[in-house]
Design a protein around this ligand. Structure first.
Ligand SMILES: [Fe+2]
Ligand SMILES: [Fe+2]
Length: 162
């Protein structure tokens, strides 16, 4: 079916770009954390990466439903922290900017009269708020316990190389 306006497909593609970018960033963060011997935090980034990939899939499907072209070539700047703390800070920043992006896309869709797509963006905004909140809590925990204590909790010697 045709979208109410071609702008709707542009907005969906912007959302797709965000989801693909964080999928890659979180996946790389996960494997770097594993490599640093911090597999518990690595697992969280891994699971988040898979979640963001599923978000990307949903946007691809919606763009195709509107007979649009999903742009999987375009990626945003992939920010990789040099320390676990920086990874958490950068992830928080990107989730906060996603909430802003999705809220403004939802408003535009409402203004265009596409309430269903607006709802999709609103649901994304809510989900990314939860991610932002989780990253914020980790940074709070680091402030409260000290980074070394926090990182000691991310070690898991039961994750063996076999
Ligand atoms: Fe997402
Ligand atoms: Fe997210």
């Amino acid at each position: 079916m045709q979208p109410i306006s071609p702008r709707v497909v542009e907005l969906l593609n912007e959302a797709l770009t965000f989801e693909l970018t964080v999928t890659n960033a979180y996946f790389l963060n996960a494997r770097m954390l594993d490599n640093w011997g911090l597999p518990r935090l690595g697992k969280v980034f891994y699971d988040l990466s898979i979640g963001e990939m599923k978000d990307a899939d949903a946007y691809i499907q919606r763009i195709l439903m509107f007979d649009g072209h999903p742009n999987v070539q375009r990626l945003g700047h992939i920010q990789v922290g040099e320390t676990p703390e920086e990874m958490l800070r950068l992830a928080l920043e990107s989730e906060v900017s996603a909430v802003r992006l999705f809220n403004s896309a939802a408003s535009e869709c409402h203004a265009l009269g596409d309430n269903a797509t607006a709802l999709v963006f609103e649901e994304s905004a809510r989900e990314e708020e939860e991610h932002a909140d989780w990253f914020e809590s980790q940074l709070d925990a680091i402030r409260a316990t000290g980074v070394q204590n926090y990182l000691a909790q991310q070690v898991d010697v039961s994750v063996n190389p076999a």
